[in-house]
Design a protein around this ligand. Structure first.
Ligand code: 5GP
Ligand code: ZN
Length: 112
């Protein structure tokens, strides 16, 4: 845990969140400022600052997070599809420096 990290505090339950999933390694909760009708974040419980800070030993963890995305999305009504975003670093628009995957859906997304 990183003491100054918002998402570490959410994982630890020190800051409230609307959790949608939790296991020993991973946690998912709704985004506080949803960009669409359904918008949640999947995070590793381990503090990894960004995708650029992940290492080879995180391979399984990253795979688990990606495989969890469609399962949770379907449970939350996004069976027809969803957008997955990982912002990485300041240059990538990342605001919270704890690796997270955005899962967004529930209305037609803007083309990329
Ligand atoms: P980023 O820009 O780093 O990829 O995304 C950070 C996300 O965290 C944003 O979508 C923002 O709305 C969300 N967020 C920021 N603070 C909180 C919070 O305290 N609780 C929750 N649930 N989401 C937050
Ligand atoms: Zn953290």
């Amino acid at each position: 845990m990183s003491v100054d990290c918002l998402f570490c505090k959410i994982v630890a339950g020190e800051i409230p969140s609307k959790k949608v999933y939790e296991d020993a390694e991973v946690c998912a909760f709704y985004d506080i400022h949803p960009a669409a009708p359904v918008h949640f974040l999947i995070v590793p419980k381990e503090h990894i600052a960004s995708l650029a800070d992940a290492h080879a030993h995180h391979e399984m963890l990253l795979g688990r997070i990606l495989l969890l995305a469609p399962v949770l999305a379907k449970e939350l009504g996004l069976g027809s599809g969803f957008r997955t975003i990982i912002n990485t670093g300041r240059g990538g628009g990342q605001e919270v420096m704890h690796l997270h995957v955005h899962i967004i859906g529930g209305r037609a997304p803007r083309p990329m």
